[in-house]
Design a protein around this ligand. Structure first.
Ligand SMILES: *[C@@H]1O[C@H](CO)[C@@H](O)[C@H](O)[C@H]1NC(C)=O
Ligand SMILES: *[C@@H]1O[C@H](CO)[C@@H](O)[C@H](O)[C@H]1NC(C)=O
Ligand SMILES: *[C@@H]1O[C@H](CO)[C@@H](O)[C@H](O)[C@H]1NC(C)=O
Ligand SMILES: *[C@@H]1O[C@H](CO)[C@@H](O)[C@H](O)[C@H]1NC(C)=O
Ligand SMILES: *[C@@H]1O[C@H](CO)[C@@H](O)[C@H](O)[C@H]1NC(C)=O
Length: 426
């Protein structure tokens, strides 16, 4: 991934953005009115003189509909994941006072973060408006359902955001808390709604090598052996948000049918070196294959694409930081490198699973957040987390709460609504 040195090119101040927005809108309105006048004239002539004026081809009809009827939330033909961050001074929907479930490690303000501009942006898809999270609406969509976030601590981070967004309506009952936060269940009695996190770092079985009682950081990963801890809980889940990625950047020996087929970050003799993306792809394919083959699984399976980290001038253990206080524009991010490669691999695997799903009756969707989040180097805790055990380390992987990660749940709501209407109509 390109280092974020372009961070130096700072964005214009907030108020300037606002002015420009308004100006652009006025200019657009003018052009639109002018165009409308022209279009109306042409249309009248068309009706008067065309032999069969109302026989539109489907494509024309679509375009005509786009122009004349503009629904407030026109998701149907909108790419939700292609857009930009625009200023939104209405601020976040919750604070560390109103949401009692924010983990201490995400309370950036409490741990000394002073700048607040990072809270004043919303995600704007180019082709439509993204509805801001509405707890009542969400609860009515998922009434009676179980939703599970499956993956690592970034998957958990999205769950934490969702709990806070829903806290405007209700603080759920904490009905299962394991010895750590890896498997957790929350329940909303008013709507018979359950949220779970199911921890898995790789989807498949991987064991860390221990030498003389010391963890080595080197893993043995069995690509053909699914990690049952998440997999066996899947049948009870209506909506699964599946993600993975950050754990693949370490030395990993890969096994298939018991033999080594390659290794990530190692220089062992006679073992071919493979990229983290190779391992990621194999693991994703295995997980999605399991879902397609799982007879009792009747949910909607949403893959959340890779969430980029933003370490600058080093990595997490070499003093890397992420202390930028405003987003990047689209021109300042680079769609390349390993993080984008991860996203591309995931997108391909979703398409593959979807195709198979047409035969098996399984539904897959993407929550393609990578591009949006590449633009948010300002959303991480950096040094502002409870790093008592890791003093001096910056967290440039997880996201502050509240923060830009809240947009993932706006997107999730839209994906669920879209999906709901599709299944109603089909
Ligand atoms: C909430 O955040 C503010 C700053 O954003 C901080 O001053 C305060 O201590 C925090 N309160 C709690 C209860 O975490
Ligand atoms: C493990 O410990 C034993 C005894 O202390 C030592 O002889 C051996 O070399 C160690 N093995 C490794 C791989 O470090
Ligand atoms: C690597 O392969 C060569 C040729 O097959 C063999 O002679 C050698 O012993 C192997 N080395 C290891 C460490 O397995
Ligand atoms: C921000 O991070 C850079 C390293 O990327 C560091 O050199 C600089 O001192 C930091 N600024 C502040 C205000 O902490
Ligand atoms: C889904 O259908 C309902 C009722 O027909 C409608 O109110 C809602 O706006 C639709 N949602 C989307 C995302 O199109």
């Amino acid at each position: 991934m390109k280092s974020s040195s372009s961070a130096l090119a700072s964005l214009e101040p907030l108020h300037y953005h606002h002015k420009r927005e308004r100006y652009v809108n006025k200019e657009r309105l003018g052009l639109f009115l002018l165009w409308l006048l022209g279009a109306t004239t042409v249309f009248s002539l068309f009706i008067l003189y065309a032999p069969r004026p109302f026989k539109f081809s489907p494509r024309q009809e679509l375009n005509a509909r786009k122009v004349y009827i503009k629904p407030k939330h026109d998701y149907e033909n909108c790419d939700l994941f292609n857009g930009r961050w625009i200023p939104d001074l209405s601020g976040p929907l919750y604070t560390n006072w109103t949401c009692s479930t924010i983990p201490d490690s995400k309370k950036c303000g409490k741990h000394g973060r002073k700048d607040v501009d990072y809270l004043n942006w919303r995600w704007k898809p180019y082709e439509c408006e993204l509805q801001k999270f509405d707890a009542k609406n969400f609860l009515s969509i998922i009434q009676g359902k179980t939703i599970a976030f499956i993956g690592d601590s970034v998957a958990r981070n999205q769950m934490e955001s969702l709990l806070c967004l829903l806290s405007q309506e209700q603080t759920p009952i904490d009905i299962y808390k394991g010895s750590n936060d890896r498997f957790r269940t929350w329940y909303f009695p008013s709507h018979d709604f359950t949220i779970k996190v199911l921890w898995t770092t790789f989807f498949v079985i991987a064991e860390e090598r221990i030498i003389n009682g010391t963890y080595t950081g080197v893993y043995d990963m069995h690509l053909d052996r699914l990690d049952k801890k998440w997999a066996e809980k899947l049948p009870g889940v209506d909506y699964a948000i599946i993600s993975n990625g950050h754990w693949f950047f370490r030395p990993i020996y890969l096994y298939e049918r018991g033999s080594v087929i390659g290794c990530v970050y190692c220089d062992a003799e006679n073992i071919s070196n493979v990229s983290p993306g190779f391992a990621l792809q194999k693991a994703f394919r295995r997980a999605l294959k399991y879902i397609n083959a799982c007879k009792e699984c009747r949910g909607l399976y949403i893959v959340r694409t890779f969430s980029p980290a933003h370490f600058k001038d080093g990595s997490w253990n070499t003093g890397g930081r992420c202390n930028r206080t405003s987003p990047f524009t689209e021109n300042q991010i680079h769609l390349g490198g390993t993080e984008w490669e991860f996203r591309t691999i995931q997108a391909k695997e979703i398409e593959r699973a979807k195709k198979k799903g047409e035969k098996t009756g399984k539904r897959f969707e993407a929550l393609d957040v990578t591009k949006a989040m590449l633009m948010r180097p300002d959303g991480h805790p950096d040094l502002h987390w409870n790093n008592e055990f890791m003093r001096g380390y910056s967290d440039c992987v997880h996201w502050c709460l509240p923060g830009p990660i809240d947009a993932w749940n706006d997107l999730l709501t839209t994906v669920l609504m879209k999906e709901d209407n599709l299944s109603v109509h089909n």
